[in-house]
Design a protein around this ligand. Sequence first.
Ligand SMILES: *Cc1c(COP(=O)(O)O)cnc(C)c1O
Length: 220
Amino acid sequence: MKFDMSVKENLLQIKSEIPPHVTLVAVSKTWPVDKLMEAYDAGQRIFGENKVQEMCDKQPMMPADTEWHMIGHLQSNKVKYMASFVKMIHGIDSLKLLIEVDKQAKKHSRAIDCLLQAHIAQEESKFGMNEEELDALLHSTEFAELKNVKIKGLMGMATFTDDQEQIKKEFTYLKTLFDKHRNTNPDFTFLSMGMSGDYQLAIACGSNMVRIGSSIFGSR
Ligand SMILES: *Cc1c(COP(=O)(O)O)cnc(C)c1O
């Protein structure tokens, strides 16, 4: 990305590079609403934020057809603030959190789309569930009873490294987890993987939802 390119130019450039079956989440964290509006005016409707407070501050200032995705690590006690409008939560990493999302969505008589976050990176610091934990959640009776959440797929973040082979290995692994659950779960639709630095590789490995921030809005 060149520093003198506008949000609109960056966005259209990325859109021309990604295939039509891939959904683009414009990650607008830290950027003011006028920047988001530049993307909105260029046709972008899906925006990703990683802090509940920031998303709740921006939401009333954006047009009503803006689709809000929470992509960051989420604490249970914050779910209530965004339950009336959030379209999708990418970072579900426990049954406890999912039960809270269900409870808050129910208060607004709606269903919230969720992605389960899988831990695929080598770093301990990245959030998410391992294969056994994903299996356990999806096969639990507690999950089966939740009516106000829909598990639409998986999300994951690769190790922060320049080693393309390592990243490819992790994305490929996440794709196999996605395919495994898609076979038995009719709601499974989205595999959210890929950011500014690795979205092309992620798409090549089977991603159909990319979360791109700095390549659209500039470096934070
Ligand atoms: C910030 C963020 C992104 C976007 O990162 P860029 O490198 O700016 O594209 C994607 N996913 C998550 C979870 C993030 O927190």
